[in-house]
Design a protein around this ligand. Structure first.
Ligand code: PLP
Length: 428
């Protein structure tokens, strides 16, 4: 038995499914999850000592790669001063200032410990600020695992969603309307039916939880207009895209495409914590004043704004702010994506791929899908064979066809070349 297999067997005795987050169990692709012992730059090493070029990067946060010296130093220094005080610290203020300086749509920000907490709080804030209950989300977007967000579409637009998880009461899903991503007509219809009752629309601007699907410009434009017309707030879930697709995040990408585009509430996570538990949600002062202790929308956290996590996040943000950082990261990611497309074409494999900044996705489909239903038409068996061939060759891709991939600043041209060689062999 390999060390990975031994550890997995041991883990399954004490942790449900052997993992602390379901996708890690490799259920979609089969096989034994790799137990990671350490990370070094663009690579991770498993319990059997095998090295992998890491394209998961802890599902997004590790934009500098593993063990970046400036981040390690900041964290080490912070740890020596104390782990947690449950009282305000200057570092929280610094991190808030850093984030706000890069996100003009937000005047204030509240720090929390996970993306789930941040989106949950953003929805509560939207509901509190508008004094409305219903909200729209889109199929294929993931916003964490709070009850009201674990919902799939009902039978029609006049009906509300159904829970996607056991343990979520139907009543909790009653206020959630689930629509198809990139479907403008459906969005218009939903607003016509429910506009006056909608607190918000929550959306991943580039959906990284159905691999990599961009919100089309007409879709995003109309969403913004409809929210304004009906007094609903637009909540952009940038937990994945924030400071990952560019320094101005996805809202910056869309502001360049749609004049005057701004969300009402923004949610961040992953990169802003640099690999430590940290997330945030922010908005205008006018919206944020509804939050406790100023207003009636309650939100709190023992470890919120944790001094070690904020040190890690600050050090990470300071690195990605360096001139040329995103140009280099985007170019490297594009090189990977273009290379994969070329390798697939050489082998006559239907393939499409896209990237923005350091985030990418690829599909074993001839064209980039626009919604979840199309993403799921991918040949799963073929994807799984590709995944395992790459893993055997030392390339660690997301173990499910509906997950985005991430390139870090530590990935070198040699890493990309090695990945393309592996893909050439895998697709042959
Ligand atoms: N929102 C998006 C877009 C995400 O991708 C995720 C997690 O992957 C979340 C929210 C939830 O974040 P967390 O896993 O930190 O709770």
């Amino acid at each position: 038995m390999s060390q990975n297999e031994t550890l997995f067997a041991r883990a399954q005795r004490v942790i449900p499914g052997g993992v602390n987050s379901p996708v890690r169990a490799f259920r979609a692709v089969g096989g034994t999850p790799r137990f990671i012992t350490r990370g070094e730059g663009a690579c991770i090493v498993d319990a059997d000592g095998k090295r992998y070029i890491d394209y998961i990067g802890s599902w997004g946060p590790m934009i500098l790669g593993h063990g970046h010296p400036a981040v390690v130093e900041a964290v080490q220094k912070a740890v020596l001063d104390g782990f947690s005080f449950g009282a305000p610290t200057e570092r929280e203020v610094e991190l808030a200032e850093e984030i706000l300086a890069l996100v003009p749509s937000c005047e204030q920000i509240r720090l929390v410990s996970s993306g789930t907490e941040a989106t949950m709080s953003a929805i509560r804030l939207a509901r509190g600020a508008t004094q409305r209950s219903k909200f729209i989300k889109f199929e294929g977007c993931y916003h964490g695992h709070t009850d009201a967000l674990l919902v799939k579409a009902g039978s029609g637009l006049a009906t509300f969603g159904h829970p996607t998880s056991a343990g979520v009461p139907e009543a909790t899903a009653q206020h959630t309307i689930v629509l198809e991503y990139n479907n403008v007509a459906q969005l218009e219809e939903a607003f016509a039916l429910h506009g006056a009752e909608l607190a918000c629309v929550i959306v991943e601007p580039i959906a990284g939880n159905m691999n990599f699907v961009r919100a089309s410009v007409p879709f995003m434009t109309r969403m913004r207009e409809l929210c304004r017309q009906h007094g609903a707030l637009l909540v952009l879930d940038e937990v994945m895209t924030g400071f990952r697709v560019g320094l101005r995040s996805a809202q910056g990408v869309y502001a360049d495409l749609i004049p005057g585009f701004v969300p009402d509430i923004s949610v961040f996570g992953k990169v802003i914590g640099g690999g430590m538990p940290l997330a945030a949600f922010g908005a205008s002062r006018e919206i944020m004043r509804h939050l406790a202790p100023l207003g009636g929308v309650y939100q709190a956290g023992t470890l919120s704004g944790n001094p070690v996590a904020t040190a890690c996040g600050l050090a990470t943000l300071r690195e990605i702010k360096r001139p040329g950082f995103f140009d280099a990261l985007s170019a490297r990611t594009r090189r990977l994506v273009d290379g994969l497309k070329a390798v697939a074409a050489e082998n006559g494999v239907p393939f499409s791929a896209d990237s923005e900044g350091g985030m990418f996705g690829f599909f074993l489909l001839p064209e980039l899908p626009q919604n979840y239903t199309t993403v799921m038409t991918t040949d799963k068996e073929r994807f799984n064979r590709f995944f395992h061939a790459m893993l055997d060759a030392g390339v660690y891709l997301a173990p499910a066809l509906y997950e985005a991939g991430f390139v870090s600043a530590a990935h070198t041209d040699a890493d990309i070349d090695a990945t393309l060689d592996a893909a050439r062999r895998a697709l042959r």
